[in-house]
Design a protein. Structure first.
Length: 90
């Protein structure tokens, strides 16, 4: 499944840790935005790793894109969307 993960973390140290974790699961497309192509097992692993780092004041959002929505993604002056596997069946 294709997931966009973005975060807002006030601590420089935790923000760096979250970025490092996410680099292992997807492509950084903006400073605090990642595009991840994950199966359920890897998504759960990502969430577990992040849960160990995050504090109450931190914010993380997961946006799930279906197979029909993904081709409608528009990119202006940035890297293209990287699709590595099939997504949700509709």
């Amino acid at each position: 499944m294709f997931i966009v993960v973005c975060y807002d973390i006030p601590s420089d140290r935790r923000r760096a840790k979250v970025g490092k974790i996410l680099e292992g699961f997807g492509a950084r497309v903006q400073k605090s935005v990642f595009e991840c192509d994950l199966n359920i097992k890897h998504l759960q692993k990502l969430k577990q790793k992040l849960a160990r780092v995050l504090k109450e004041e931190d914010s993380v959002r997961y946006y799930y894109l279906c197979a029909h929505c993904l081709p409608k993604t528009e990119v202006v002056n940035g890297p293209p969307v990287i699709q590595t596997q099939l997504y949700f069946a509709v």
